[in-house]
Each structure stands twice: as C-alpha cells, then as structure tokens.
Design a protein around this ligand. Structure first.
Ligand SMILES: [Zn+2]
Ligand SMILES: [Zn+2]
Length: 92
C-alpha cells in the first residue's frame, strides 16, 4: 500500500493521514495516544529542545519552519565550502 502524502507516526512509523501532534513541541506526530505515550521516554529530551527552539523562534518573530530552512541553507553552504576546500587540498 502506498503511503502517499500521509505522515509517519513517530512511534510505529506507519503512515497515516491524520496524526496528532506532540502536545509539548508540536514537532513530531503520532497516530494514537498510545503511540505518543510509548514514545515519550525516547522523545522527552528532543521534545524539550524542540519546544525551546520554537519558543526562541517565536520570541524572534520567526516561524520554526523558517528557522529550520535557514539552518538547512547554512548547512548546504557550509558543505559546499567544505567540498570546495577538500577539492582544493586534494588537488582534484
Ligand atoms: Zn503509531
Ligand atoms: Zn514533543
């Protein structure tokens, strides 16, 4: 069965169309309360970090997704520089 554009539960990793967001960070999604509970032990630390990041982003008037995109862009640029440097050093 194709999952299509559904999202994947953070615990059982099964694709669903309607997932509930984590009440703490809203970043991860679960198919059921049971999955949310079962995953909490593993997610607790990340949840706190996510929630803090979101709060910081909100304080700066940034959307969390905007911040994530900015970080992605930065990594892209950094990797580009790194590869460029490696090519230079290795004289490829
Ligand atoms: Zn699940
Ligand atoms: Zn969370």
């Amino acid at each position: 069965m194709r999952i299509g554009h559904g999202q994947i539960c953070g615990n059982c990793e099964v694709g669903h169309w309607n997932l509930r967001r984590c009440g703490g960070c809203g970043h991860i999604r679960y198919c059921s309360k049971e999955c949310q509970k079962a995953h909490w032990g593993a997610h607790r630390t990340a949840c706190k970090v996510n929630a803090e990041l979101m709060q910081k982003a909100a304080e700066q008037g940034l959307d969390y997704n905007d911040q994530a995109k900015a970080i992605e862009k930065w990594i892209d640029r950094f990797m580009g520089l790194l590869i460029g440097a490696a090519v230079h050093v290795l004289d490829l």
